[in-house]
Design a protein around this ligand. Structure first.
Ligand code: ADP
Ligand code: PRP
Ligand code: MG
Length: 224
């Protein structure tokens, strides 16, 4: 005889700071994560709620899983969302700012590089970043000509070895910039992580999804 199973909601998130900041949000609504991606090699993790499972994916892949409906909901930084939506618009709602993984996007240069003078002189700047779309828009708004060099990490290295004049990257405490003799010269935008929802899932599975969305909204009030 076929057993009628309750639908399971799938939440995509990345390990590291987003996972670590999400565990307390889930705990506030009585959901425990029984395995950690730091100790388990499993990519699908159960929770104490049989109706919620977690997918552990790369931070920049979270919007893709949710957009295609492989996950119903996800948690992603606004930095990642901005880039994703520019290239693949549609299919996603971003209903709640969870106020976790807070940082900001900034332009930084070597201490000995006179950024203001270079901008005033109309110099063409080489900018290394993984945020190609944010960078394009930021420098276009300033009327600064840039050549953008796409990198996938360790952006702070680029100005030190002559790959770029400037970087556009996330900054939190500023310690990575300080450790590499870089200085922030422009604040670009504030970043925190948002709950994202597959639009089709929300329509077809509202009754199962809405309680989780409401729970995240309530739990994240404590971070405001
Ligand atoms: P990745 O492997 O893509 O670097 P992270 O876990 O470092 O993944 O970053 C995930 C998200 O956390 C980023 O998209 C950003 O929104 C935020 N974030 C990145 N670095 C920091 C930081 N130093 N402090 C706080 N939040 C950060
Ligand atoms: C992130 C980011 C910066 C750093 C900024 O790196 O890419 O390098 O944090 O934070 P800070 O201002 O507090 O120093 P992360 O720790 O995520 O390392 P990663 O290179 O593995 O992404
Ligand atoms: Mg990182």
């Amino acid at each position: 005889m076929n057993k009628i199973t309750e639908p399971v909601i799938t939440l995509a998130l990345s390990k590291g700071r987003i996972f670590d900041d999400t565990v307390p949000l889930l705990a506030e609504v009585g959901i425990q994560v029984t395995e950690s991606p730091d100790t388990s090699r499993k990519l699908i993790l159960p929770t104490s709620d049989p109706h919620l499972r977690l997918l552990v994916v790369r931070a920049s892949d979270v919007p893709t899983y949710v957009q295609y409906g492989a996950a119903d909901i996800g948690i992603a930084g606004k930095d990642v969302l901005y880039e994703h939506v520019k290239e693949h618009p549609g299919g996603l709602y971003q209903p709640i700012d969870l106020d976790i993984a807070k940082c900001h996007l900034a332009v930084a240069v070597r201490k000995d590089f006179d950024y203001e003078a270079a901008v005033k002189q109309g110099a063409r700047l080489r900018v290394a970043t993984k945020y190609v779309n944010v960078a394009r828009e930021h420098f276009a708004n300033k009327g600064v000509y840039v050549d953008i060099i796409k990198l996938y990490g360790s952006m702070e290295l680029a100005p030190l070895v002559g790959l770029a004049d400037a970087i556009l990257d996330v900054v939190s405490t500023g310690s990575t910039l300080r450790a590499n003799d870089l200085v922030e010269v422009e604040y670009v935008k504030a970043v925190s992580s948002r709950l994202i929802v597959n639009q089709a899932s929300l329509k077809t599975r509202t009754q199962y999804l809405q309680p989780f969305i409401d729970a995240f909204a309530k739990a994240s009030q404590g971070n405001k």
